[in-house]
Each structure stands twice: as structure tokens, then as C-alpha cells.
Design a protein around this ligand. Structure first.
Ligand code: 5GP
Length: 181
């Protein structure tokens, strides 16, 4: 399949992301002040850069694990059905847990993940999303913490891909298709 030509417009700079993560880490630290070891769960693959930067700002003991759910594939449309492709290695019963998501869009992914994890009886379960697109929401749900609210655009960079490209951009940018300009 040939790719439609596109370019990427920067939306959030690497510097702005780093500054926001410092603030979020302080808030998280406060919420989990009585926690011995925080169980941080990254949703693969889009959160891998965010979780790496976030845990290094968290001045506390953390354990890191990953969960992979089915994603949009190589297109840009949301599929409503959420499947678990890779489960956690560790048990979360009785643990203080933080789920790290790249983007909350329709909300179906986070809803399905929270319902699965809640069934495993963690002591505390909070969520953080780097990006939130409130105008796209189809289920009533908000992450405990959000990095940035963004408009309805298809974004890439800082771990987030378009057809498995652009994950290594240090900033968040929006995909602009040249035949739509
Ligand atoms: P939701 O289930 O909330 O509709 O979608 C969540 C997932 O869809 C995100 O974790 C992300 O993987 C994917 N997603 C949502 N918006 C975008 C986007 O703008 N760009 C990319 N690459 N993925 C997105």
C-alpha cells in the first residue's frame, strides 16, 4: 500500500513536555505519599517514551510493567473492540497502581483496561494520560492526570506512531495530509 504524502506540524515541544512531566510527577508523588512501591503500568506501545521520562521524575520506588491492547492498526480510525495482546507479568492485588496511557481519545481503551485491572483488586488505581482529546470522547471517563488537552487531530511523536513511523520524534506533532491542505 502506498502512503499518502504527509508532513508533521509541531504541536507540543519537547521542552513543554518535559516541564509538564516535572509538575505531574510532583502531583503523583503527593497522591502516593504512603506507597512503598508504586506499580506503574505502561500501555504499549505508545506510552513507552512517556513512561520512561515520567518514572525518572518520580522520586519514589517504582515497579514497571506493560500491558498491550489492540490499537488502530495502520489506519487512523478507532476500533471499538479492545483486546489484550500482552498481559502483565506481575500481580496487582493489594498494590498501588498507576496506569500510563499515551492518548485518551474515545475512551474505550482506558475503560476496558480499568475494568480489567479493577477486577484484580488493586488497593489504589489511578491513571495518567499524556494527551486527551475531550471532543472525541464516547464514554464518560477522564484520566486522573492529563498532560495536555488537544484538539481532534491525528498526532505522532514522543512514542506515538503513524503506521509504525515517527515514534522517535522528540515532540508531539499533528499529521497533515498534503492532499487535504
Ligand atoms: P481510545 O480507545 O481512547 O479511542 O484510543 C486510545 C488509543 O488510540 C491511544 O492509546 C492511541 O494508541 C490511539 N490513538 C488515539 N488518538 C491517536 C492519535 O492521534 N494518533 C495515534 N497514533 N494514535 C492515537
Amino acid at each position: 500500500m502506498t502512503q499518502r504524502p504527509y508532513h508533521i506540524d509541531q504541536m507540543i515541544s519537547a521542552k513543554a513536555i518535559a516541564a509538564r512531566i516535572e509538575d505531574l510527577a510532583l502531583e503523583i508523588r503527593k497522591t502516593y505519599k504512603d506507597t512503598d512501591k508504586l506499580f506503574v503500568i505502561g500501555l504499549l506501545r505508545g506510552s513507552f517514551v512517556f513512561i520512561a521520562d515520567l518514572v525518572r521524575e518520580l522520586d519514589m520506588n517504582v515497579e514497571v510493567d506493560f500491558l498491550e491492547t489492540s490499537s488502530y492498526g495502520s489506519g487512523t480510525e478507532s476500533s471499538r473492540e479492545v483486546k489484550i495482546l500482552k498481559d502483565l507479568r506481575g500481580a496487582i492485588e493489594g498494590r498501588d497502581v498507576l496506569v500510563v496511557e499515551d492518548i485518551v481519545d474515545t475512551g474505550y481503551t482506558l475503560k476496558a483496561v480499568l475494568s480489567l485491572l479493577n477486577s484484580r483488586k488493586p488497593r489504589k488505581l489511578e491513571t495518567i494520560a499524556l494527551l486527551d482529546k475531550p471532543s472525541r470522547r464516547e464514554v464518560d471517563l477522564k484520566a486522573t492526570w492529563t498532560g495536555f488537552e488537544i484538539p481532534d487531530a491525528f498526532v505522532v511523536g514522543y512514542g506515538i506512531d503513524f503506521a509504525q513511523a515517527n515514534r522517535n520524534l522528540p515532540y508531539i506533532g499533528s499529521v497533515v495530509f498534503e492532499d487535504e491542505e
